[in-house]
Design a protein around this ligand. Structure first.
Ligand SMILES: [Zn+2]
Length: 487
């Protein structure tokens, strides 16, 4: 598996593409004007305590107040496993509170907060309020887990009292004491700076902000087998190089400045692939296709065979299509950054061995996903249920907005439906006000239909109300919009 990272930076946005074997697998977009806020630490002010919900709203200076649950509030001392105190005993209105964002505000929901602060570095996550060492579950070897735990527990912070604890990230696996200890010292220093800033800060101000996207990428998910990291901004190339030297020296020789005349995202057709990732339909090589629907509650992905399927090898064709889909689906989940509950509707297969193989391939592909995923079961109807951790917005949420023409339904009323609405409206107006002449303003397809297929109905209506009805195309109207003017 060859992996390459392309970084495209303009003053307005940063985009990072993860390309595996020449195929775009993931894309991360950070708009300068609306950088993600997960991981940011704020000094907030409690604006409302909601005892019924065991929660509170905290103003951290964003458009919407953020939300914190009692279980996410660190009390003075709560022994492990003790029951969570009532929110009113933990927080009161007007109180200042140091909080960290755990979930981006999405749609009408405000950000989600915690006071269990954590600050990540390459190999570790430092938790200043949690005196406990944890090891990522994805490091499976017991000996390795113990080795890493011993290194971290041996740390003596410089100057400060030993406080807080560390989580050992998957990236630490196989790394030496020196690298890991360098990380602990870096985090102690960083935390010292954050604490000092907390003391001086005003309410509703930001205390600590995570690294910009292109550096986070290096810190969080560059794998050792990565071949190349290309970046098209000279200024940021220098910053990236410095960052890599300090935190991920093994990558130092893999970072390259890309001065190319072709835009960097034209390599591997990345730009086209991003456009395609906004569509509902995904074509498969075998002739089949996926249909992806995102709703607020869940995402469904439907697998379909191509139009022409011979009878003789039907089961074989279906099996092949499902196998291809098992790879394509995981790619789409990563590319579109779909999260939450996901329902996969593979084509029905008779052979249980085929079913097992499709599921196994799906699981294998999911191992490469940077987001945490879980297959939660196969329903009686053969639907595969899974979850994928959602932290940031999906590609669609970053790049698109609901369609104002159809109000995000995805369909428009047909001209026929709009014509009948117009007839009913004319009758209503006639009863209420009456007029000599009615002028209907509507979109082109609606007026076309009124003058053609519906012309007999229009004539009947004119006869019935004994008035004249005129039509005028209004080019600015959507198909569903119309106006009736009394002349
Ligand atoms: Zn629409």
């Amino acid at each position: 598996m060859s992996e390459e990272i392309l970084i495209n930076i303009t003053p307005m946005e940063t985009r990072v593409a993860v390309v595996e074997n020449g195929v775009l697998q993931e894309v991360y977009i950070e708009r300068t004007r609306r950088r993600g806020i997960v991981g940011n630490i704020y000094k907030g002010k409690v604006v409302r305590v909601l005892p019924g919900m065991q929660a509170a709203f905290v103003d951290i200076g964003l458009e919407r107040a953020a939300f914190i649950h009692a279980a996410d509030v660190v009390p003075a001392n709560r022994p492990n496993g003790a029951e969570v105190e009532s929110i009113s005993s933990l927080l009161h209105e007007g109180q200042s509170l140091i909080v960290q964002v755990t979930k981006e505000p999405i749609g009408t929901k405000g950000a989600r907060l915690t006071t269990h602060l954590s600050i990540p570095s390459r190999y570790l996550v430092y938790m200043p309020h949690t005196p406990h060492t944890g090891v990522s579950q994805r490091i499976e070897d017991e000996v390795e887990r113990e080795r890493l735990r011993n290194i971290v527990e041996s740390v003596e912070p410089e100057g400060a009292d030993k406080q807080g604890g560390f989580i050992i990230r998957t990236a630490a696996e196989g790394f030496g004491e020196e690298e890991i200890l360098a990380d602990t010292h870096f985090l102690y220093r960083l935390w010292g700076a954050v604490e000092r800033r907390c003391k001086g800060a005003k309410n509703k101000s930001i205390i600590y902000e995570d690294l910009p996207l292109f550096m986070r990428t290096m810190r969080d998910f560059v794998r050792p087998e990565i071949e190349k990291i290309r970046i098209d901004s000279r200024e940021n190339f220098t910053k990236l190089k410095e960052f890599v030297q300090e935190f991920v020296p093994s990558l130092e020789n893999k970072v390259e400045y890309y001065p190319g005349e072709r835009p960097i995202f034209d390599l591997y057709g990345v730009e086209d692939e991003i456009q395609k990732a906004l569509g509902r339909k995904v074509q498969l090589k075998s002739g089949g296709y996926l249909v992806i629907d995102q709703t607020e509650a869940m995402t469904t992905i439907d697998v379909n065979t191509g139009a022409f399927v011979g009878h003789r090898n039907l089961e074989e064709t279906i099996f092949k299509t499902n196998l291809e889909a098992a790879t394509a689906i995981v790619r789409q989940l990563r590319l579109r950054n779909l999260g939450g509950i996901i329902i996969l509707d593979f084509i029905d297969m008779e052979d249980p061995e085929h079913q097992r193989q499709v599921l196994r391939l799906l699981e294998k592909n999911l191992e490469r996903d940077h987001a945490k995923t879980k297959l939660t079961g196969v329903t009686e109807l053969g639907l595969v249920q899974m979850t994928r951790k959602r932290t940031r917005e999906s590609l669609e949420q970053v790049m698109c907005e609901p369609c104002p023409t159809c109000e995000a339904r995805g369909t428009l009323k047909t001209p026929e439906t709009v014509c009948y609405e117009i007839f009913r409206e004319i009758l209503r107006e006639e009863r209420a006000y009456g007029s000599d002449t009615y002028l209907v303003l509507a979109a082109q397809p609606v007026v076309d239909r009124l003058l053609d297929e519906e012309s007999a109905s229009v004539a009947d209506l004119e006869l019935f109300i004994n008035k004249t009805i005129k039509f005028q195309v209004e080019t600015l109207y959507s198909q569903e919009q119309f106006d009736i003017v009394l002349l």
